[in-house]
Design a protein around this ligand. Structure first.
Ligand code: SF4
Ligand code: SF4
Length: 479
């Protein structure tokens, strides 16, 4: 381990790291000229990682307080600045990519809170993602070796497929509806269920009935105001079908003609974040066709492609970059240009005023892929504030990741648990009876961690509350 790495991994480093780093880093203010991009030689990270982006970091440390892993461990090597420096040293050939370095990079949630906090505009995601792809390329399977066979199967062979998800959830739905699930837990018999199955079962929310299949086109209510396509997602559609249904209804209520292309697939995020780039690109190519001019008549007149899941939205808004060197590059850029989160779209359109009171004290958690990757934070709050009877109270640390982060709670369960417990405690401290967030992973993680300390809190998507106010149909959780 080099002198710099041992300094970075020293738990007391945060208090002393900045002066030492500044003195040793070539592009720090007042330091020597940066090395040439080819300085790394040997194993090449060059084709995928832009060295100039690394040099954007001036080591000011203003990002550290926003980084969930740094907040939890207090270790500079678990901070954005530390990780950027570790990557740079490896690229420069002055540090070996050993298990210790890999651990600090793996612990990153890719939540992008550091991008929001950084005054120098460092594009951290453009660094960590290609770096992880490289780590996966030189050591295939490493990214997922923390997963057991069942988790790997579910993550790559079931979760990305809507129908496979619904099928795999059928036994769990049956157990929940018949009360067998409750009985197993009460009697402790569920401890006999093999651990891999039990831990997956414990992550499930209360499953609502699925809506089946929506027509390919839904008519607007009242005067037509816009023409949109709806992206359904994969895991979200199976676990929270009511949110997709409510999104379609809210869009109709707001005068939208809604296209729901049949052959749409997973956005590719599950594979992409596990550094499996090729399958991710194959999903993206299918979506470029499903949401393209061949399948949607008058595509040029389509106002937006709507998503209600922050993780999917961030991935769809990155398609141009992801597909830039493929035959679908143009189609990907066209699709990306139309993608909008539902709250972003309604704010642009001017939402129809909801009328039925939803009497609840509520709070809002910022999903990282909405707040940090898409810079959307005012719009969902504005929608909630429009609802009569709903009192929205601020959530302490609302921008700090809840620990879900895609498959992170499977690959890094310890840190995911620490962050999940922290989020649940913050929510409880507000005295709210409902918590809203715009991402399926956050909903699952928060629900799971609240179950232990405050199971009566309703966890839902803001669009579920908006539909309740439009329709007057109150969800069971509020009755
Ligand atoms: S990432 Fe940005 S905020 Fe963090 S140390 Fe570098 S320049 Fe400063
Ligand atoms: S992406 Fe999130 S966890 Fe990773 S360095 Fe940035 S703030 Fe920290």
């Amino acid at each position: 381990m080099s002198l710099i790495t041992s300094h970075l991994t020293d738990p007391v480093a945060p208090k002393t790291a900045l002066p030492v780093l500044s003195a040793m880093v070539p592009n720090a203010p007042g330091a020597a000229a940066p090395p040439l991009p080819c300085a790394h030689g040997g194993e090449s990270y060059g084709p995928k990682i832009d060295y100039e982006l690394i040099l954007d970091c001036v080591h000011c440390g203003l990002c550290t307080a926003s980084c969930p892993t740094y907040v939890e461990t207090g270790n500079e090597a678990d901070s954005p600045r530390g990780r950027i420096y570790l990557m740079r040293q490896v690229i420069d050939g002055t540090l070996t990519l050993d298990d210790d370095v890999k651990h600090h990079l793996d612990l990153c949630l890719n939540c992008r809170a550091c991008e929001t906090a950084c005054p120098s505009g460092v594009q951290y995601g453009r660094l960590i993602e290609p770096f992880r792809e490289h780590m996966a390329a030189i050591e295939p399977g490493r990214q997922t070796q923390a997963l057991n066979a069942l988790q790997r199967f579910l993550l790559f062979k079931v979760f990305p497929y809507r129908w496979a998800n619904r099928l795999s959830l059928a036994p769990a739905r049956l157990m929940q509806w018949t009360g067998a699930d409750w009985l197993l837990r009460k009697t402790g018999i569920d401890q006999l269920i093999p651990k891999p199955f039990r831990s997956m079962k414990d992550m499930l929310p209360d499953l609502k009935p699925h809506y089946g299949q929506l027509p390919e086109v839904l008519e607007p209510e009242g005067k037509p105001r816009a023409r949109v396509a709806l992206f359904l997602g994969c895991v979200a559609d199976a676990l929270y079908p009511e949110t997709n249904l409510n999104t379609a209804r809210v869009l109709q209520k707001n005068g939208c003609e809604v296209w729901i292309p049949r052959n749409q697939v997973c956005c590719g995020a599950l594979h992409y974040h596990a550094a499996a780039e090729e399958p991710a690109r194959a999903f993206a190519a299918t979506n470029c066709s499903a949401f393209g001019a061949d399948k949607i008549p008058d595509f040029a007149k389509l106002d937006a492609v709507i998503t209600n899941a922050a993780g999917c939205g961030a991935q769809l808004k990155d398609y141009a970059h992801m597909m830039h060197d493929t035959p679908q590059a143009e189609a990907a850029a066209r699709l990306q240009g139309k993608v909008r989160d539902i709250s972003e779209f309604l704010a642009e359109l001017g939402p129809v005023k909801p009328t039925h009171p939803v009497k609840v004290r509520a709070t809002y958690h910022d999903a990282c892929h909405l707040r940090h990757a898409q810079q959307i934070f005012k719009q969902p709050r504005q929608l909630l504030e429009m609802i009569p009877g709903l009192e929205l109270v601020p959530l302490p640390e609302s921008e700090l990741c809840c620990g879900a982060a895609g498959s992170y709670n499977l690959t890094q369960p310890e840190m995911a648990t620490r962050l999940g417990d922290r989020k649940a405690a913050n929510i409880t401290s507000t005295g709210a009876r409902a918590v809203f967030t715009g991402n399926v992973g956050c909903l699952m993680q928060i629900t799971r961690h609240l179950k232990a300390i405050n199971p009566s809190i309703w966890c839902a998507h803001p669009i579920d509350a908006l539909w309740a106010s439009y329709s007057g149909e109150m969800p069971a959780e509020l009755k």
